[in-house]
Design a protein around this ligand. Structure first.
Ligand SMILES: [Zn+2]
Ligand SMILES: [Zn+2]
Length: 152
């Protein structure tokens, strides 16, 4: 189970805020929705879902912003979009995996909102959803990711 070479450290672009992951991730995803396109200035956002008790901010403090101000955490200096804490789902944190000092291994396992994707935007995700998975779909996806997900 713990072949993930944890812990992982990471930071925003300027280095003012640092984070650490100490438990295996639950899921790796790319989201094509137009909101993520705007927030990421890119074709998709990337997410590594990690258990809340396996995630900590080890240096600095984030500020919150975005359309849902309670959710999205940014570096106050460089304004990098670092992670998201969805309200009412406090058992996980959606970390942007590009924060990790070494994120070269990251591969999205799931992609969401393909209904809104740019026509040329293709990812290697093996599970695609026009919007998001139904709630009962998550547990099998998490179990499949534990077995098959690409590790560092
Ligand atoms: Zn920063
Ligand atoms: Zn999205």
């Amino acid at each position: 189970m713990d072949d993930w070479k944890l812990p992982w450290d990471g930071s925003c672009r300027c280095g003012a805020v640092r984070v650490r992951v100490t438990k295996p991730p639950l899921l790796a995803a790319a989201c094509h929705c137009t909101g993520c396109q705007s927030m990421s200035a890119s074709a998709w956002s990337l997410t590594l879902t990690v258990p809340t008790d396996g995630f900590e901010v080890t240096q600095g403090e984030t500020v919150r912003g975005g359309l849902n101000k309670d959710m999205h955490h940014f570096c106050p200096d460089c304004m990098t979009w670092m992670f998201t804490r969805p309200p009412g789902m406090d058992w996980f944190v959606n970390l942007r995996p590009t924060m990790l000092d070494d994120h070269s291994w990251f591969v999205p396992f799931v992609e969401t909102f393909t209904s809104e994707k740019l026509p040329w935007a293709e990812t290697p995700a093996t599970h695609s959803f026009e919007k998001v998975p139904e709630i009962p779909d998550y547990q099998p996806l998490i179990e499949a990711y534990q077995r098959e997900g690409v590790r560092p």
